[in-house]
Design a protein around this ligand. Sequence first.
Ligand code: OGA
Ligand code: FE
Length: 286
Amino acid sequence: MTTTTPEPPRGDVHAQLNFYSPPADGSAPYNLADLPPNRPPHNYGTATHSVPIRDARGRESSFTLDKDAFQILLNQPPSAEVAFTDDASIEKNYYPEVEQLLLSTVPGATKVIIFDHTIRRPDPTSPRQPVQRVHIDQTGASAAQRVRRHAPSADEAAARLAGRHRIINVWRPLNRRPVASHPLAFASSSTLRDGDIVPVEHRYTATGYVGQTAAIAHNAAQEWYYLSGMTGDERILLECFDSEGGKEGSGVAGGRVAHSAFEDPRTREGAEGRESIEVRALVFGP
Ligand code: OGA
Ligand code: FE
């Protein structure tokens, strides 16, 4: 009798994640967002740890934005966008669907401003590939900067910043079949400590824009999850920032989700590469 590894891999797994270690020379950490070839993309080090990553499949509804800073949505309707190759077409077809999804899913949300999207494809010619480094997309400082940049006026930005504002990334695979390689891992925000989070300057060399992301130091208290065999009719909401996060009495445990793609040791050689799109939005209200 021969046994074959089921595809996609299912169930809990141990895998290596790449965490933060500080620059050896004591300088402040930075990334180069649009790096020229042969330049180091960041000036800090990597601490690789093998961590348990639990399969959220079967208990998807037990995770919430306020507790975990991620939420899993199953059985989403097909998108009007099919190819996901043309930015203008994605903005026309897919953005309105993401906006509606956020308005109907995020409790208290009254306004959504989508500000970017990224497509990742595994072929070496693709500009973006899965990110195998644990990070958070924004910090409090860069979230406020995004509100000021994308709100229609300075007055509205000030008003929005005085109310609840969040940044949420809507992530989905684009493969036709269930994801079998480089799945996304995410840590419950309730298990991530402020001391694990290291702000990192995010420098766009072409435009001079300087944002801020966060690298993450390993801590055994962090509880990691993934969604096995994720399909194109599923979504993960990754909350990057919540102005209520960590506030006394808010019930919001940090409101920021650390995440990373990982190499699943069970992935069959030659398995299809993962393709995905992530759409980032400012979400305002209540
Ligand atoms: C993200 C992200 C990495 C990946 O969506 O913010 O970091 O591999 N994605 O999809
Ligand atoms: Fe990210």
